[in-house]
Ligand binder design. Structure first.
Ligand SMILES: [Zn+2]
Length: 178
């Protein structure tokens, strides 16, 4: 399917307020598909954010603060802002989590010395790597795999980062490209 030039962040669309966008969605399958995907994501996030609290606890807490709005009303009022923050934070958190995971694996590898072996294995078949190969013959293939996978992994992280930034970039609303 040809990618449409009409770029809108369907995650945060307000099509009820934008008849031009609604018209475009009716005739453009590419954008309609993106909008449906965003809608499905929206449903998942919405349901994930709803937490049930025991009624008596809610009542007790509300009684503590006179004039406080019930939580449901507060949530619906600030829903869009919360969602905006959630989408941004989840993207950032996924990058951070992946980075920490990889850094953790790297640290773990360093504590058992694999990092040093990785650094020297390609140029200098040192005492350590010899020792490892002698005592754990299967490590030979593991080290080779680690070296082989290191560069593609770096590229994957970079591409993931670029993709996340690109997806979340605020786009100029260019109406005449429809
Ligand atoms: Zn389109």
């Amino acid at each position: 399917m040809k990618r449409c030039e009409h770029r809108t962040n369907y995650d945060l669309r307000e099509e009820a307020l934008d008849p031009q966008l609604t018209d475009h969605l009716a005739e453009c399958e590419s954008c309609a598909q993106r909008a449906r995907r965003a809608e499905a994501f929206d449903t998942v996030v919405r349901s994930a954010m709803i937490t049930s609290v025991p009624d008596d606890l809610t009542a007790k807490l509300l009684a503590l603060v006179p004039g406080l709005m019930p939580p449901m009303l507060v949530r619906s009022k600030h829903w869009k802002l919360q969602r905006r923050a959630f989408v941004g934070l989840s993207g950032f958190a996924s990058i951070l989590a992946l980075g920490l995971l990889i850094y953790g694996v790297y640290l773990l590898a360093n504590t058992v010395g694999v990092g040093d072996w990785l650094a020297t294995a390609s140029t200098w078949p040192g005492v350590a790597i010899d020792w490892l190969y002698r005592h754990i013959p299967s490590s030979r293939s593991f080290v080779a795999a680690m070296i082989a996978v290191r560069q593609p992994l770096q590229w994957m992280i970079l591409l993931l980062l670029i993709w996340q930034v690109w997806e979340r970039m605020p786009l100029p609303n260019n109406r005449q490209t429809a």
